[in-house]
Design a protein around this ligand. Structure first.
Ligand code: HEM
Length: 352
């Protein structure tokens, strides 16, 4: 247990910005964190979710991680892929507007539900090229299987971040202490039951039947990447582990930022008004916002960035392991020790 450190205080050093942050002032310099990147701690849940560290989020620094990271940045997140999948995001933006319009109680909106529905739908389309696992929901929201999938994602995240004694005393593994192991096994089973048939079928199609004319989504890219011998780069287990990474990484943080930004705006009506005025000026009232409008929506972008500062993504901050001795905010962190880093912005009350 002594291995686990939580580092709290952080000196506040405003660096300035070309756009005044709308809610509060100040940014933090994170350079001093660099030596703390980028080993991860070993745990029952991360091992299970990642199929034995065959992906990027939970695996430690090394050749496999570097390959996955390179693949993620140069292939899945490349401008070419993002442009190719623009239609998916536009379609889901239209769908979410229709969903909101058809809600049974007009005027009463659960922002979290809307943001989750949108993020899940976009993730499904960009990864699997389909919005539903099987039956579509009549109201345009998540179908029953998507709800089960989403619930399993959050259960898996909960397990990953909850305290599990076997992460510190590994010889206790297998005893399902406090039901922790069963919880994470059930969540991962659901994710497998949802994802695996799609991955299997697509791999079969690409590797045994010639596939499609071109890669259309992230799964196609993962399946068709080749090594320097011309052989498939990733195995089935690596692909399903990457898909699970994307399941857990794409929804929670994105949804939280939308929810916090809107909550802050509702608490600061002047800011909400400035944001809607910007929309009226840049987009007008005759069409919906498009991704191509985003570069001009500077005030709204500043609001979103300010929400990141006020409500940092601590919940999805997998524990880091120090790769060399270092000192952070006056705390000595020896090489190899695990720690969680929490940024607390002294003057801003940022951790509400
Ligand atoms: C508002 C949106 C997002 C926020 C705030 C966010 C935040 C984070 C944070 C805090 C980490 C941990 C970094 C660390 O351990 O140092 C992380 C890791 C990661 N995120 Fe995100 N994320 C967001 C969206 C996404 C999306 C949309 C994707 C993929 C499509 C993604 C993929 C990843 C991956 C692959 C990692 C692991 C990177 C690594 O270990 O090197 N994230 N994210």
């Amino acid at each position: 247990m002594a291995d686990h450190r939580e580092l709290v205080p952080y000196d506040h050093e405003p660096t300035g910005s070309c756009v005044d942050p709308p809610f509060h002032g100040g940014y933090a310099n994170v350079d001093s964190l660099l030596p703390l990147r980028r080993d991860r701690s070993e745990s029952y849940s991360s091992n299970l979710i990642s199929h034995g560290y065959k992906e990027i989020v939970f695996s430690s620094y090394g050749e496999n991680w570097k390959l996955m990271k390179k693949m993620m940045t140069t292939k899945l997140m490349s401008p070419t892929t993002l442009n190719k999948t623009l239609g998916d995001r536009t379609l889901e933006a239209d769908n979410i507007v229709t969903y909101v319009f058809n809600l049974p109680q007009p005027g009463c909106i659960n922002v979290r539900d809307i943001a989750l529905t949108y993020c899940h739908a976009v993730m499904m389309r960009m990864m699997f090229g389909q919005r539903h696992f099987d039956v579509a929901a009549e109201d345009g929201g998540l179908g029953p299987k998507e709800k089960e999938h989403m619930d399993a994602i959050y259960r898996a995240l909960d397990c990953f971040f909850s305290f599990n004694v076997t992460d510190y005393l590994p010889f206790l593994r297998g005893w399902n202490i406090d039901n922790e192991e069963e919880e994470v096994r059930e969540a991962v089973d659901i994710l497998n039951r949802c994802n695996d048939p799609i991955i299997h079928e697509r791999m079969h199609s690409w590797r045994n039947k010639g596939g499609k004319e071109t890669e259309e989504d992230w799964l196609d890219i993962l399946i068709t990447l080749k090594d320097d011998q011309g052989m498939p780069l990733f195995t089935f287990d690596e692909i399903r582990a990457q898909c699970k990474d994307i399941n857990v990484a794409t929804i929670d943080n994105t949804m939280n930022n939308v929810e916090w930004t809107i909550a802050e705006m509702l608490n600061n009506p002047g800011i909400l008004e400035k944001a809607t005025t910007e929309l009226d000026v840049v987009v007008g009232k005759d069409r919906l916002v498009q991704e191509s409008d985003i570069p001009q929506l500077n005030y709204i972008k500043a609001c979103s960035r300010e929400s990141f500062r006020l409500h940092p993504a601590n919940a999805f901050m997998p524990p880091h392991g120090a790769r060399q001795d270092t000192t952070l905010a006056g705390y000595f962190v020896p090489k190899g020790k695990n720690h969680s880093v929490y940024y607390i912005y002294g003057q801003s009350g940022a951790t509400r």
